[in-house]
Write a protein that binds this ligand. Structure first.
Ligand SMILES: Cc1cc2nc3c(=O)[nH]c(=O)nc-3n(C[C@H](O)[C@H](O)[C@H](O)COP(=O)(O)OP(=O)(O)OC[C@H]3O[C@@H](n4cnc5c(N)ncnc54)[C@H](O)[C@@H]3O)c2cc1C
Length: 417
């Protein structure tokens, strides 16, 4: 089959690889000049399937309200919410009900565990060498943070995730550079979780897909998709539409606008987050792998010779306007846990990315309802952790095969119920 993929983020590239590995003739269209230039560029890099959970959860609406009055709040609500943001929030609020949350959580985790398996298989077979490290630790500042984490631990047990509740001394032995002056209550250690550089992985997988014959056309914006009888994509500034047997939409946040003219309405919202990345000043003062500050919802990850601090969830923000308070929180949390780890005087990369978030949590994978048009989009805050499984499942569905996992609740039909 001749297959077009729109978007070369981690989702589009992994989909291109799987389809090319199945023997299809793949062309990827990307409006930027390289792969992983948008949301896949500088994320936290954490792969923790047991923690892949919908943002729509009981208690979240209250937390969002409280955050309006807090200085270092992990959630931020922009003042200029659009009508589509408000409609999204209404659907999100409904999905915060406990039973809906648990259903969506189990859908996401099914995909996340499968994705980790697929990621390991690809990294091993293709010998992909990207910055990565094993283990993740959730740091609990206070007894209250520990109490709030408790219900989540039962869900980890139910999902069979290996973890240990550890005291301060044990946490310091796993991450010896944790600041001696910062008091905390304890930690949860997840030895099977990992951190990896999503952008590097995407670049390496792109090269592997190219070796299988996949073509990447950069600086090509898809202006329009036309479904079958012959699926075509129209490229901006080209007069003749290009014909394919199938088109897979992996355009992250831009997917909704591409699909809207076809009558496919996808309620995507941009939930912005920030990261700062800096060179390590002294390896002995830097994290060994990843830690997550449960109170501020900020992750500090080791990325080879660099350290990355990421967090914040901002709804109703703008892509080009950075919120100084959110960035200050990243510096504060880094300073609390690993002072002196990074060279912060110069060359600090400050990045803002838009998580392509559906109101209820899981992504949309599979048929669009239009002949020849397929979806692999809306991976929200866990696109890196979900990419490899989502890609494999998409390739199976496009070929008319059954994916290795149950796809219940991971397709567009979920939004129509
Ligand atoms: C601060 C932050 C921290 C995060 N941390 C983690 C984490 O620890 N673990 C995790 O699993 N996930 C994390 N995420 C989420 C993860 O980064 C995203 O889910 C993932 O990158 C989405 O990938 P994507 O390929 O769908 O989107 P993108 O990477 O945005 O790719 C979409 C691509 O489509 C292209 N495109 C769009 N429209 C067109 C068009 N018309 N024509 C051609 N090309 C087009 C875009 O240019 C872009 O390159 C984080 C996100 C943020 C913001």
């Amino acid at each position: 089959m001749k297959v077009a993929i729109i978007g070369a983020g981690v989702i589009g590239v992994s989909t291109a690889y799987e389809l090319a590995a199945d023997g299809h003739e793949v062309t990827v269209f990307e409006r930027r000049s390289a792969a992983a230039e948008e949301t896949s560029f500088a994320n936290a890099g954490i792969i923790a399937p047991g923690y892949v959970t919908p943002w729509a959860a009981p208690g979240m609406p209250g937390k969002m309200f409280k955050s309006l009055f807090q200085r270092h709040a992990p959630l931020q609500l922009g003042l200029r919410l659009s009508t589509s943001d408000l409609a999204w929030m209404w659907k999100w609020r409904r999905a915060c009900k406990l039973d809906t949350h648990l259903t969506n959580r189990s859908r996401l985790q099914r995909l996340a565990f499968y994705s980790r398996e697929r990621l390991h298989a690809l990294a091993h077979t293709l010998r992909l060498e990207y910055d990565r490290s094993d283990g993740c630790m959730v740091l609990l500042r206070t007894a209250q943070d520990a109490a709030m984490a408790e219900p989540g631990l039962q869900l980890l047990r139910d999902a069979g995730v290996r973890f240990q509740q550890i005291d301060v001394a044990a946490a310091r032995s796993i991450e010896p550079a944790l600041c001696a002056e910062t008091d905390f209550f304890g930690a949860i250690h997840l030895p099977d979780d990992e951190v990896g550089n999503c952008r590097q992985f995407t670049m390496l997988l792109k090269a592997a897909a190219q070796q299988l014959g996949a073509k990447f056309e950069f600086n090509r914006t898809v202006a329009q998709i036309n479904p079958a009888p012959a699926a075509t994509v129209s490229i901006a500034n080209e007069t003749t539409p290009r014909r394919f047997d199938a088109v897979v939409v992996c355009a992250g946040m831009a997917s909704a606008a591409l699909l809207k003219p076809l009558g496919v309405h996808i309620p995507l919202a941009a939930v912005y987050g920030y990261s700062l990345t800096a060179n390590i000043r002294e390896p002995l003062n830097a994290p060994v792998s990843a830690v997550m500050d449960e109170h501020y919802k900020v992750a500090i990850s080791r990325m080879g010779q660099r350290v990355r601090v990421s967090g914040s969830a901002e709804l109703g923000g703008q892509p080009d306007t950075k919120n100084p308070a959110a960035i200050a929180t990243l510096y504060k949390v880094l300073h609390d846990w690993f002072p002196g780890a990074a060279q912060l005087a110069s060359n600090v990369q400050i990045w803002k990315g838009a998580r392509p978030m559906l109101p209820d949590g899981p992504p949309l994978i599979g048929a669009s309802g239009l002949p020849g048009v397929w979806l692999n989009l809306g991976h929200g805050s866990s696109g890196w952790a979900l990419a490899c499984g989502s890609a494999r499942a998409t390739a199976d569905l496009v070929a008319g095969h059954s994916p290795a996992i149950d796809m219940e609740g991971l397709g567009l039909e979920r939004l129509r119920n």
